[in-house]
Structures are given as structure tokens and as C-alpha cells.
Design a binder for this molecule. Sequence first.
Ligand code: TYD
Ligand code: MG
Length: 451
Amino acid sequence: MSAKKTGFYCNACGHFTSRWLGRCAGCGEWNTYVEETLPTGRESRSAAAGGEAPVAVTEVSLVDDERRSTGMAELDRVLGGGLVPGSLVLLGGDPGIGKSTLMLQVAGTISSGGSRVLYVSGEESTRQIRLRADRLGAVRPELYLYAETDLDAIEKQVGKVNPLLMVVDSIQTMYGPDLGSSPGSVSQVRECTARLMRLAKERSISVFVVGHVTKEGMIAGPRVMEHMVDVVLYFEGERHQSFRILRGVKNRFGSTNEIGIFEMSGTGLREVTNPSSFFLMDYAHRDAAGSVVVPTMEGTRPLLVEMQALVSPTSFGVPRRMTTGVDHNRTALIMAVLEKRLGLMLGNCDAYVNVVGGVRIDEPAVDLGIAVALASSFRERVIDGNTVVLGELGLTGELRPVSAVEKRVREAARLGFGRCIIPRQKDVPAESGLQIMQAATLAEAFELLFG
Ligand code: TYD
Ligand code: MG
């Protein structure tokens, strides 16, 4: 009798090695390899190996690509316009963030339209899920609950129930009995994902798979799965704050720069359809130095956020620089420009920059906002609450054009702002409902703001 063959998988990236290594040859992380029994080959065929013959591109049918609404516009947009039949969507996020809640709500709305939904949970009993469904208003005759972790049993039941949508909560609790390793191990997660993928494609079911991520990323799962699935969504937010952001990380059927915004309430997740006013809720009463509103773009949608900065003399040692919501290096660069081009002596000051509400902004169009917030705090000069600012900053202190000015400006006007400072650029909207002032350089913008 021969012993079962084993190998080592990296917990972070899924890299395989037959010999234990201290450092992953795939991602460079230390101490991430775990030993596991190797799959026997029969079960590790990929979803793509369906045995179809090659087809001429002109012969490929386009019709069965019909999307179905999830009943939540915020989710539909992140998915690229709704659910695609036969797709596998991974919903990742920290434990307790609200993944199960979101999934049960979607299951509820889809089944209320008369379509059958199968909600498989390896984490909660059907009674617990029923209690939650009661609270979320998701108790529908077409919603089937199934507390099971054995994938063989699940596949069998899918054949009987024949659902349109299936939710698997969570992938870390599922296992294929053929594999020797325990649920949640890299090979189980990989194998279960491949089998669910096959199931989705063969039966044209939309499948949502929930995956927990820990802060350290050490639980096997989402990282390994990302390559395999069609769509990867991450559900983010601070535990002690009520709003949640759904972010697309990968999407084979659409763009990945859309976000969906939700608010966690006593009766589940509520869509935030007017995010700008949501994020500026407290702004109206603000008249402190170091704060300014910036119209950013999240995908195709404008979003107004408040940028805050605090600059104070360093009491001892090396100045502290901290940012939340914006890039740290970008902020350092902006501070250097402020110092060199405008003579703001920030060298021996601590500086903190924060985007209110916990959103993360990656686009350079908020450069001017960061610069203005810093200067406002440094000079103890309040920016009037009627103004928004917009512009990418160059190293010589010039302001560079930004994209989608019209959408940003309109959103600001819609929320009652009266003035917008933007770079000199061509596509300035003529009719926008507010006063547009153009500045070629940072110095010109400051002239307009601080006089
Ligand atoms: P849950 O969906 O169980 O998180 P996950 O599946 O990502 O681990 O959400 C758990 C949290 O959500 C929990 O702290 C309670 C809160 N919650 C509400 O505030 N309102 C609700 O209606 C529900 C169902 C949960
Ligand atoms: Mg859960």
C-alpha cells in the first residue's frame, strides 16, 4: 500500500511545490506553505474541459447573455448591469461585514420574482437563516435553504431544486469528500471552486460564492480563487460605521471601477442612492480650517467627499505624516510642491490627511483638494463652504486637466455648491448651475481661495 502523495501550497497565492520552502517562490511571502494531500487527478479537471469542439467566431450565439437584475441597483451596477447566467461571482470580505446579509437579501428579491433560489450555508443552521430572513423580509416560498458542506450532496440537490441562483456561504466551509484535506485548505477551496464553476456553466445557474478574508490574508481562499472565478467583488467598510462599499476587483463581463454603496440598518442593507449627500452629511456645519470638498469619480458616478488635513508643528524628532483614504506618497509629493513652489514651510510640521467617511480615492484629480486642505490648516484659513476644488498637480506647480469635469461639476451644483475651481481645460461645461473658475497653477488657485 502506498502512502498518499502530499505537496505544499502557498496560503497567500496558491503556488505549489513538492518540497517545503521557507519563502514562497510565487509571491515572495515567508512561511506560507502548508502541506496537503494531492488531488488524485479525477476531480481536478478544470471547468473549461467540457469537451466542446472549436467554433467559428461568427457562429457563436450572443443571445443567451441576458442579464438579470438582482433587485438592487447598487449591486447590478458593480456586476456590470446585472447577473449573468452561468457566472460564478466571488464575494469576499472580512468576517461580520455583512456578506451573508447581502446574499440573503438578493436571494429574497430574486425569489420574490418567482424564480427559484438555493441558499447553501455551511455556517448557519436553516433556523438561524430563517430568523435572519424574517428580519430582512426575505421569506419567500421559492427560496430554499440548505445547511450542508458536502459538495457531492450539494450537487445532487442542485439537480433536484434546479435553481436560477445559488448562494454558497462560505467556500471555506465546503469540501469535496474525494480530497483528503480539511475544509478551508487551499486544495479544497480550489477544488470546490472548480466544481462550482463547472456546475454554474453546465446548468446556466448564477452562483454567488462567499469567501472570508482575514486582515492577514492567511486563510486560504479568495486569493487562490480570484484567478478561477468570473467576477470578484469585495465588501468593505469599518465595523463601527454603518456604511459599506461593494467594490469590483475583477469582472469578465464588465468594468471594475464601479462601486456600490450600502448602509447597514436594523433591517438589513439599504442602498445609498445619493452617496454624495450621504458623505457630506456633517459638512454643512463645518467652518474649521483644513477642510474642503472634492468632486471625485467612482467609476461612472461622481461622488463628493470632504478632504481634511491637520498640520501642526512637530514637537520632537521626525515629523509624522499620516494619510487615510489617499495615497501616502502622492501626499508627500504634494507637500513638496507646496513647500518648493509656494513657500509653505511644512518641513518641521506633522501632517495628517483624511477622507471623511472612510472612502479610498486613487485618482490624481483630488491633488488640488489635498493641497488646499493642507494649506488651509497650515495657514489657519477657512475655505468657504460654498466651494469645491478639482485638479491634478504637476511637479512645477501647474494644474493639469481632469476627466469628466461636466459630471463632477453638475453633481456639485446639484448638492448646492456655488463655486468650483478647476484647471484650465477645454471641456468646461457652459451651463452647469454654478460659477466655474479656472486656474493654471496652484498659486492661481490659492489666489482665488485665500485672496
Ligand atoms: P453578516 O452578514 O453575518 O456578516 P458576514 O456574513 O460578512 O460575516 O453580518 C453580520 C453583522 O451585520 C452583524 O454584526 C449584525 C449586522 N446586521 C445588522 O446590523 N442588521 C441586520 O439586519 C443584519 C441581518 C445584520
Ligand atoms: Mg456570514
